[in-house]
Design a protein around this ligand. Structure first.
Ligand SMILES: [Zn+2]
Ligand SMILES: [Zn+2]
Length: 191
């Protein structure tokens, strides 16, 4: 099962120009589903039914060190002034997983070398950044013994369908995504 784990929707992420209609029209048939990860927003979009695609929800959280993707959270953080370690602890305390988003990107809020200092559950291969930056992410995952996820980080229709995550088993819920990543039953794939 192939799921794009990192997508931003217009009106929910200030930086996104991707409408729900464009998203639905633009998604590759190679994908089985998507996970919407707007900035600091975790609410489900009501009345959203994409027939051929499963839709799940995560969140992208800003931290002082770099962006963190969280999957499996039900509530957003209690405060906006938390540091990276406090955010990751919060995610773990609430049975979620923390993924280092685009960790070596030069044009995002990103952890870079400090990705090695935090207890991430996975490292992201990001479709919106360069090959070398993703290569460093791959090396970090290898050296930390962590799985890799893949996401397009799409903010517009032409950024869709680059990288996604292939899961070994069927995924029916965000809890399945959390479990699969924890068990390292996933890998990034090109779309
Ligand atoms: Zn980001
Ligand atoms: Zn993003």
């Amino acid at each position: 099962m192939i799921i794009d784990l990192h997508i931003h929707i217009e009106g929910r992420s200030h930086c996104s120009h991707l409408s729900l209609q464009e998203l639905y029209r633009g998604l590759s048939p190679k994908l089985d589903g998507i996970c919407i990860t707007d900035h600091e927003v975790i609410d489900k979009i009501r009345h959203l039914h994409f027939q051929e695609f499963s839709v799940f929800y995560g969140v992208e959280l800003w931290s002082d060190k770099g962006d963190i993707l969280a999957y499996g959270l039900k509530n957003i953080l209690p405060s906006k002034d938390l540091r990276a370690k406090e955010i990751i602890d919060f995610i773990h305390h609430h049975n979620g997983i923390a993924v280092a988003a685009h960790p070596f990107s030069s044009r995002h809020n990103a952890f870079h070398e400090s990705v090695y200092d935090y207890s991430f559950d996975a490292i992201e291969i990001n479709g919106a950044i360069g090959k070398n930056e993703n290569k460093l992410a791959r090396q970090a995952a290898e050296s930390l013994g962590l799985p890799l996820t893949g996401g397009s980080d799409a903010h517009s229709i032409n950024q869709l369908n680059t990288v996604a995550t292939e899961f070994e088993n069927g995924i029916n819920s965000i809890e399945d995504i959390v479990k699969a990543i924890k068990n390292k039953k996933c890998k990034p794939v090109r779309i």
